[in-house]
Design a protein around this ligand. Structure first.
Ligand SMILES: [Zn+2]
Length: 267
């Protein structure tokens, strides 16, 4: 049984500090593929280096939607902590254009109306469109982060004709989630699904051929106070098996089929 985690942040210093142990526990839990998502050029380079070291890891290069407008946010006096030095989005987009060959997928990218003030939403959207177009031109699947902007993100992706899309940690209305699945996109369910009603509902309601598994580690641990890690996708597969009244192996097979359809490569 091979499991995949399509949204991890293994380059987060808390996980990077115990890289070998985290990867060993993932392998032991049956995880064969982890997509580590980059937040901007500096993080994308760390993701690439990690993927070169580990056969479990596939690199996604992205520009986190808050990072994308961070210089402008800081200039406005908004407080926000980021690991890397903020750089203009134009530089980050140029970096991605130059390095697309080196990534398995583009992500995470998207729209975030939670952290980003409204005055910057138009700029954030312009950057998002540029990134989606880059991914589509390079025939790469896209991994989306959106917060409080799900409807707008779907409008833009639909307008641009993007279909190879995974929505990570989708947390808006179930009805809109169903529309996203109807658009042919995928939704990845995190490891805390057992204790989060909205994710349980998505597992129950969405077409099973649109579902993927993720952790968003080190965030969203299934156990409060603990760091999350890719091994925890096994718990979500077990939970989905209970809800679907099938074996964890059937869940893994379904998710593997979905992964292959989206990314154009087997996990
Ligand atoms: Zn993420």
């Amino acid at each position: 049984m091979g499991l995949s985690d399509v949204h991890a942040h293994l380059t987060d210093p808390r996980l990077a500090a115990q890289e070998a142990a985290v990867l060993a526990r993932a392998a032991e839990a049956g995880v064969t593929t982890i997509i580590s998502n980059g937040l901007g050029p500096a993080d994308n380079q760390r993701v690439a280096a990690l993927a070169a070291r580990s056969t479990l890891v596939r690199p996604a290069f992205g520009l986190y939607p808050v990072t994308a407008v961070l210089p402008e946010m800081l200039a406005m006096g908004v407080e926000y902590h980021a690991q890397d030095e903020p750089i203009p989005a134009e530089e980050a987009i140029a970096w991605l254009a130059d390095n697309l060959d080196g990534c398995f997928a583009v992500g995470e990218i998207g729209l975030d109306h939670y952290w980003v003030p409204e005055a910057l939403w138009a700029r954030q959207e312009t950057i998002f469109r540029a990134l989606v177009k880059l991914a589509m031109d390079a025939d790469k699947a896209i991994i989306i982060h959106t917060r409080k902007a799900e409807r707008r993100a779907l409008e833009i992706l639909t307008e641009l004709g993007a279909t190879r899309v995974n929505w990570h940690c989708y947390s808006s209305k179930v009805k809109l989630g169903r529309r996203i699945a109807q658009a042919g996109h995928y939704l990845s369910i995190p490891a805390n699904a057992r204790k989060a009603d909205n994710f349980r509902r998505l597992l129950e309601i969405l077409p099973r051929d649109r579902i993927l598994l993720e952790t968003d580690c080190p965030y969203l641990s299934p156990v409060s106070g603990q760091l999350n890690e890719p091994a925890n996708v096994a718990g979500t597969a077990a939970f989905a098996a209970e809800l679907w009244e099938c074996s964890p192996t059937s869940v893994a097979d379904q998710v593997t089929e979905n992964f292959t359809r989206l990314f154009g490569a087997e996990p």
